[in-house]
Design a protein around this ligand. Structure first.
Ligand code: CU
Length: 134
């Protein structure tokens, strides 16, 4: 009897957790490989205007690279620039937080100084108003 109650309790917990997974954000990702390192950039889909957090995972083969020294900025063709704050998360992924203040194509430029020097460019398709705020 007790076991049955626990089973029912377990089932209701499973059902309660369904809505949360249903509203889980969709993501999209882009992957580039430069000098033996693979960079996987994951972001919300669609990527909307406003403050956004992107996630960058750097790997060498099956190893996650956690000691990379990287800086980044987001740019538009019209000269708009947005600083990118980078934080290393416990998962070994880098969180890139930036304000994408306008819809359209943004360039995410990443400069790496360690473990090797390289420059990466990701194109971000930002959904939202293409009105200038500046
Ligand atoms: Cu702009």
């Amino acid at each position: 009897m007790l076991a049955k109650k626990q089973l029912l309790f377990g089932l209701s917990i499973a059902l309660l957790s369904l809505p949360a997974s249903a509203v889980k954000l969709q993501t999209q990702s882009q992957t580039k490989t430069v000098q033996g390192l693979t960079y996987k950039l994951t972001m919300p889909k669609p990527l909307k205007t406003g403050e956004q957090k992107l996630s960058l995972k750097i790997t060498r083969g099956s190893f996650t690279v956690r000691n990379a020294r990287i800086s980044a900025e987001a740019l538009m063709d019209d000269g708009m620039k947005s600083a990118v704050k980078i934080t290393l998360k416990p998962t070994g992924e880098y969180e890139l937080k930036t304000l994408l203040d306008m819809g359209g194509e943004w360039q995410l430029k990443i400069q790496q100084t360690a473990p090797n020097k390289s420059n990466l460019l990701f194109l971000l398709d930002v959904t939202g108003s293409s009105q200038h705020h500046h």
